[in-house]
Design a protein around this ligand. Structure first.
Ligand code: AMP
Length: 176
């Protein structure tokens, strides 16, 4: 029997307990990236689902850059980084959102999108969904249209998917 893509990716995910803080089980994707066959299969799978439906990929700092940039090349479209505050050199548009403790700000270049550009948002892990939800809002405010969200891993015991209601959300691996 051949392994499904989800099985293959699961076999390459490394759980790291209590990182970056006590009580967090961190899903380390570096073994996926280190395996060219599995990494390539992930990108080709995301690409076949989205081909012809998006004009540009937006990746969330930092691991969303890795998957998003590879996917952009596979689809033959451009890539836009969604960065933490203060990292982009040009004129930016920002959005501040709540974390469990405190707030965070993300930014994109003000001229990153032509009006109505169909954007596929990409990250490695969908957890609480706070970051992805904020990124969707920011991109819409920057006059893009977020058509879908792709992630390698979804932590389905957290409310990430619900926070992205109205968007087409797909995860290669769903952790229950
Ligand atoms: P979220 O809680 O969905 O806003 O997650 C914020 C960011 O933290 C995402 O971009 C993920 O890459 C990362 N993240 C959150 N939880 C985990 C986890 N358990 N393992 C690995 N990365 C995580």
């Amino acid at each position: 029997m051949t392994d499904t893509l989800a099985d293959l990716v699961r076999s390459r995910l490394r759980d790291v307990a209590d990182f970056p803080s006590p009580g967090i089980l961190f899903k380390d994707v570096t073994p996926v990236l280190a395996d060219a066959e599995v990494f390539g299969a992930v990108i080709r799978d995301m690409a076949q689902r989205r081909r012809g439906t998006v004009d540009v990929i937006a990746g969330i700092e930092a691991r969303g850059f890795i998957f998003g940039a590879a996917l952009a090349l596979e689809l033959g479209v451009g890539f836009v980084p969604v960065r933490k505050a203060g990292k982009l050199p040009g004129r930016t548009r920002g959005l501040t959102y709540d974390l469990e403790y405190g707030t965070a700000t993300i930014e994109v270049h003000e001229d990153a999108f032509v009006a109505g550009a169909r954007v596929l948002l990409v990250d490695d892990v969908l957890a609480t969904g706070g970051t992805a939800e904020a990124a969707c809002r920011l991109l819409e405010e920057a006059s893009a249209t977020v058509v879908a969200f792709e992630t390698l891993v979804e932590l389905a015991f957290l409310p990430g998917r619900a926070r992205l209601a109205g968007h087409d959300v797909h995860a290669t691996v769903v952790v229950t």
